[in-house]
Design a protein around this ligand. Structure first.
Ligand SMILES: N[C@@H](CCC(=O)N[C@@H](CS)C(=O)NCC(=O)O)C(=O)O
Length: 219
């Protein structure tokens, strides 16, 4: 049952280092009232009964708001934009709105799974080196597309910084940390430099270091 949605604060189920950093950084940038609940992926807490009740797909992030539960990063960002319109440029016509959904869907379904193969290739087979090599090749194509799009612009969409900038920034950070060579992508690198000084990113990174310490893991 839904509580008083408008007066409720957000609850984010988050795992340090994971894609829930995108939502966390956005919430921090917006200075939204948010309670973070940690999910220990290393201890398979995403498979626990309590977490499965929130998300049977066993994935973070999950956002709870006034009793409403939302999973999947694009859906969460879309929901948050209903409360914070500056988060996504959704005020245009149906085609412009579809473009925003299209980019987020591509990041979630076309780019993130490649990143998972770079970071945890052992999930996908025994020939770990081969899986990583192929994923590096696929990620190079994704980076080239993002880099080309960012060339000559500061942010992904013309109107200014949006949730998509936080989303691609997480992909940059996780790819670089996973050994992918980010150097050839100058426009994307400059974007990462701009993102590194955003208040939402700075506070998210500092909080996430603390969360990781709490769970005894490295991010
Ligand atoms: N499509 C989902 C993917 C979420 C996802 O893959 N989350 C990872 C962390 S980055 C996770 O919870 N993994 C736990 C598992 O696979 O067991 C989204 O965009 O939110």
């Amino acid at each position: 049952m839904e509580g008083n949605v408008e007066e409720s604060s957000f609850i984010l189920y988050h795992a340090p280092g994971s894609c829930s950093r995108v939502t966390l950084a956005c919430l921090n940038e917006l200075r939204a009232d948010c309670d973070v609940r940690l999910v220990d992926l290393g201890a398979q807490e995403q498979q626990s009964t309590w977490f499965r009740c929130l998300n049977p797909a066993e994935k973070v992030p999950v956002l709870e708001h006034g009793g409403r539960v939302i999973s999947e990063t694009p859906a969460i960002l879309y929901y948050l934009a209903g409360h914070y319109p500056a988060l996504l440029p959704l005020e245009g016509n149906r085609h412009q709105q579809a473009r925003v959904i299209s980019v987020m869907s591509w990041l979630a379904s076309g780019v993130h799974p490649v990143l998972t193969r770079i970071r945890v290739p052992q999930k996908f087979g025994e020939n770990v080196e081969d899986i990583r090599e192929k994923a590096f090749g696929a990620m190079a194509k994704n980076f080239a597309l993002i880099d080309r799009h960012l060339t000559g612009r500061s942010w992904y969409f013309e109107g200014g910084i949006s949730a998509v900038d936080f989303y691609i920034n997480w992909i940059w950070y996780r790819s670089a940390g996973g050994g992918f060579d980010v150097e050839p992508y100058a426009a994307f690198r400059e974007h990462a430099q701009r993102m590194a000084v955003r208040p939402g990113v700075i506070s998210m990174e500092s909080a996430d270091r603390e969360y990781a310490i709490k769970l005894g893991i490295a991010v």
